[in-house]
Design a binder for this molecule. Structure first.
Ligand code: NAI
Ligand code: 15L
Length: 283
């Protein structure tokens, strides 16, 4: 596990963890709302963006609404930013027509704007659904081939490949965090394995932002839960991520209240859980 494999010095020690202007997309979303105040500690100005304006601004925070599917608007959004924390987009399985502008065109617009405006680092909120069709009895590493469990997972795999291309071609560094399930607490048996606590999320984003020379890196965003499906050694070795939270405090209640699904149920069989059975849409 990650806690045992971090044998080298912390790659963040002695490195400044502050920069000029950070752009946060998806700022009105569940995780955006968690990150907004926390990220103001790491920059002079946090540019918080979502489809609509952000009302309750913190000190050092500015609001700039933008539809990620609008290339010209994204270009203006990115201008003047030093780094990007890209959490905006459709965050669940939806028809392809909804995923395409927000997640696929939107992430392309963002990387293109980053290239034009000289942004050097992007933290991309990818998802465990890039590998959702691996079974729950398999351990998956970022080196394994993607097995997306829907259009949403496909869009996140696209984002990861875009990150790879923009590093190889233009030297823009990215850390793609395949977030598990980041909520105040795990909601079901599956999330006992996939849960990512908010303090661990902040640690991951901070490290992904500031550890030098990450290149293009894929890590899983998961806390130190008892069971694991993901080999996250790269997160420890490359950015020094050592999770401090665990889903254990919720285990007894969840296991008492929620009987296990039959072993043959795809929701129990596959890592993506309920995402693997959403759709088809529109038939
Ligand atoms: P969320 O759905 O609460 O927030 C996403 C935000 O993106 C929303 O506020 C929405 O208005 C905005 N958005 C959607 N389409 C947009 C567009 N075309 N232009 C601009 N903004 C747009 O999702 P949440 O939970 O906060 O997740 C944040 C990110 O992390 C998402 O990219 C999601 O895919 C990813 N993620 C989250 C996980 C979790 O457990 N919360 C797990 C894995 C990945
Ligand atoms: C995700 O990618 C979603 O954004 C989030 O809402 C959760 O459903 C999470 O995955 C999960 O797999 O639990």
């Amino acid at each position: 596990m990650t806690t045992e494999t971090l044998t080298t010095a912390d790659p963040l020690s002695g490195v400044g963890t502050r920069c000029g202007r950070i752009l946060l997309t998806g700022a009105a979303g569940n995780l955006g709302r968690v990150l907004r105040e926390r990220l103001t500690r790491y920059c002079d100005v946090l540019r918080s963006s979502d489809l609509g304006p952000i009302a309750d601004l913190h000190e050092g925070e500015e609001s700039m609404p933008c539809d990620l599917g609008d290339a010209a608007a994204v270009d203006a959004l990115v201008r003047g930013c030093d780094a990007i924390v890209h959490f905006g987009g459709v965050s669940v399985e939806r028809p392809f027509e909804e995923i395409l502008p927000a997640n696929i065109q939107g992430t392309y617009n963002l990387y293109e704007a980053a290239r034009r405006h000289g942004v050097r680092r992007i933290v991309f909120a990818s998802s465990n659904h890039v590998t959702g069709f691996y079974r729950q009895d398999e351990v998956v590493s970022p080196e394994d081939p993607p097995r997306p469990d829907g259009y949403y997972g496909v869009s996140k795999a696209f984002g990861e490949q875009l990150a790879r291309f923009y590093f190889d071609r233009y030297g823009i560094e990215s850390v793609c965090v395949r977030i598990g399930s980041s909520f105040p607490e795990p909601k079901d048996r599956r999330m006992l394995t996939t849960w990512l606590g908010y303090d661990d999320l902040e640690q991951l984003v901070r490290r992904a932002m500031f550890v030098p020379e990450v290149g293009c890196l894929i890590v899983y965003g998961v806390s130190a839960n008892r069971d694991w499906w993901w080999d996250n050694d790269a997160a420890a070795a490359r950015i020094g991520y050592v999770p401090a939270q665990t889903s254990e405090p919720w285990r007894a209640r969840i296991e008492n209240e929620q009987p296990p699904l039959p072993e043959t149920d795809p929701v129990r069989r596959y890592q993506g859980g309920g995402f693997v059975i959403v759709g088809p849409f529109g038939d």
